[in-house]
Design a protein around this ligand. Structure first.
Ligand code: ASP
Length: 417
């Protein structure tokens, strides 16, 4: 019997950790970080290879099936409403925990190394909104500028439905065909996920020891508990109460994508698996998922939002600066903005903290305090980000009247591969 994909990935993950520990004890960790890691690079490159054509064809074929402008408007409102609402839930969870645990108070931390490009990133967020409109869509594709690609694809897809026949059918079929091809290609790459995950995790563990975690344990526990509460209580409650969806069945359906998000720390790189799991395992339509998922992978980051808030508050506490309620409110709002602005790539959230620090007048060097443990928290927040995108997709699919979801409560179990 063939082992299901998520089990294969899970075993690869554990094997990667063990292998790295063996490597560290027997001094062959450089072989892991230089040679074995190539397998991880191949996997990540393959995923990145398909992202632009996959997003474009997915959105265009999805939008052509949405139909009228009215449907389109309704779907957009629901999607944005879900993103903002769940991100705020996450931030407030983090804010409450960081005020209860107060992990930064009395923390005696030497400044670590500074991340590069702090200022460059602060400038970038101001332009983010404007940059959504590409001056040249082809350049946006070449540079992998996901938000601009989404913007152009949405418009392009929408106006396909507005042209006369035969062009309408020709173009609809054309992009549908590309999407089918991209999904086939995705399936091939997905088969190699266990190998990729093994190599990525082995390299990560071989490079980082566990001793860096000790001085920041309180901070890590705060972030991780917040993420767990959001992922295992808040979102499942929404699934169950609003959508009548079984959180457990949905979790099983999404497990391969979630493990990949955890291992790669990148929502964008995970997107092909997210789309695949949502459509084939959870049973949501391409009409909804092609709209909600690519956008979600770019702007809906609940885990990142929670982390931004906790990290900024931690830095304030570590510097002995009390933030008043008004300032904490600014932290909440800027954490939301920072999570929207963060790209779906590893460590994007870390540099975005500078936006919050600026807004409430904290020293930017504070980011250096939390740098050493960022990667492990990044893995967890990325999995939370992808989990929230997937929950949003099935909730919206449900509200759009999709009754054939495979994850509805009390119905058949999902067919995971
Ligand atoms: N790595 C995260 C993601 O891709 C973003 C972040 O750094 O918080 O979802």
């Amino acid at each position: 019997m063939k082992l299901k994909l998520h089990w294969q990935i899970f075993i690869a993950l554990i094997a990667g950790v063990l292998f790295a520990f063996v490597g560290r004890s027997f001094d062959f960790e450089t072989i892991i970080t230089t040679k074995i890691s190539v397998l991880g690079d191949i996997f990540l490159r393959a995923l990145r290879m398909i992202i632009v054509p996959l997003i474009m064809s997915s959105i265009i074929s999805g939008v052509t099936s949405i139909g009228s402008a009215q449907n389109f408007g309704r779907l957009s409102l629901k999607t944005i409403g879900y993103y903002v609402m769940t991100s705020l839930f996450a931030i407030v969870t983090g804010l409450i925990l960081v005020n209860i645990f107060r992990p930064g108070v009395g923390a005696n931390l030497g400044l670590d190394r500074m991340p590069e490009d702090l200022n460059a990133n602060v400038e970038k967020i101001g332009d983010t909104l404007l940059n959504i409109i590409p001056t040249n869509p082809i350049r946006a594709m070449v540079e992998g500028d996901i938000l601009s690609i989404i913007f152009f694809s949405l418009l392009f897809g929408f106006f396909i439905t507005r042209v006369s026949e035969p062009y309408k059918t020709q173009l609809t079929n054309f992009f549908q065909a590309i999407f089918e091809v991209m999904m086939k290609l995705t399936h091939l790459i997905i088969r190699f996920t266990p190998v990729g995950v093994f190599a990525i995790i082995a390299k990560l563990v071989a490079e980082t020891g566990v001793d860096v975690f000790i001085p920041l344990a309180g901070y890590m526990v705060t972030v991780i508990s917040g993420l767990l509460i959001h992922a295992f209580i808040t979102l499942p409650l929404l699934l169950s109460i609003i959508g009548g969806i079984s959180p457990l069945a949905h979790f099983k359906a999404m497990s391969a994508a979630l493990l990949t998000a955890f291992s790669t720390s990148s929502s964008s790189a995970t997107l092909p698996l997210t789309i695949d799991s949502i459509e084939n395992n959870a049973g949501a339509s391409n009409r909804v998922s092609s709209f909600v998922l690519p956008l979600g992978a770019t702007i809906n980051m609940d885990g990142t939002a929670l982390y931004e808030c906790v990290a900024a508050m931690f830095i304030a506490q570590a510097y002995g600066i009390e933030l008043a309620i008004g300032q904490q409110f600014i932290v909440v709002l800027t954490a939301l903005l920072a999570s929207i602005g963060a790209a779906g790539i590893p460590m994007a959230g870390l540099v975005m903290i500078t936006i919050i620090l600026r807004a409430v007048g904290l020293p930017l060097e504070g980011v250096g305090l939390i740098l050493s443990v960022d990667r492990i928290l990044d893995m967890m927040r990325t999995a939370t980000n992808v989990w929230s995108d997937s929950c949003g997709t099935v909730l919206i699919a449900r509200s759009e009247g999709e009754t054939d979801l495979k994850v509805l409560r009390g119905l058949n179990q999902p067919v995971t591969k």
